[in-house]
Write a protein that binds this ligand. Sequence first.
Ligand SMILES: N[C@@H](CCC[C@H](N)C(=O)O)C(=O)O
Length: 294
Amino acid sequence: MTSTISFVKGHGTGNDFVLFSDPEGDTQLTAEQIAWICDRHFGIGADGFIRVVRSRHLPEGEACLASDPAAEWFMDYWNADGSVSEMCGNGIRVFAHYLLSEGLVDLNMGETLVLGTRAGVKDVQRNRTGYQVDMGRWRLDGGEPLVRARDLAVARPGLGINVGNPHVVVALSHSEELADLDLNYPPQLDPPAPDGANVEFVVPEDPLVHDGVGQIRMRVHERGSGETLSCGTGAVAAALAIRHWAGASAPHHWRVDVPGGRVAVRMFPTEEGEHVSLSGPAELTFRGRVTLPF
Ligand SMILES: N[C@@H](CCC[C@H](N)C(=O)O)C(=O)O
């Protein structure tokens, strides 16, 4: 049976998403349908798919992911190939912006919106650049695999970092090396990451620190989506990795430039340990209806 769905398209620094409203949780699209929707030639085209669903309608096993009763809404995030991911840093800002624009939530400056994700609940606030998300705790995870990429002469050591979803960050020495990378091909990790990983290639800007703010430039190959113009969780992982390598005197505030724009990352102490936040813009670009072919 074919079905027609309404959607809204949005992006955060060029990382683009199809948002599908399913407040009562009564439409389960298949991985194949989601991959078709995200296909840029045969479908709508997007780096990811976000189902907008009330947390209380999640199936039993997923309900614990939004365990804070304040998280009325859940970001059900899917990659372009139809695989699920735990978290999306650009996607959650666009998700918050969608909820606000549709009048589903109120969020004045200084207030906090609590949203559910597969990586736990996240606090979102509005700020000067758009939205700031408390991404919570992070951990060094996934070891230091060797990373091979097309047009990178020799394999480089990466650093595994989990910010809710898995990343491997690789430092390059200059911007030509970053520009020359061919990320049409997935980077190879040795040893491979058991659940796959998003891979970020990073170069320091000159100077690395300006007015107390660290400055880096990044390109990314996303698990399940290929090269994208930006990755919010990737920017967070990249800033954490560079701070780790730079040592104790490194700043806790970073500016991360990606092909699609700029985001900011801040590390700050909390009672349960260090948290990291991500700030950046969120835009909604158009809405439409699409008939799924299968
Ligand atoms: N683009 C996202 C990350 C999306 C999920 C990722 N591809 C994964 O599989 O973990 C971001 O902005 O964080």
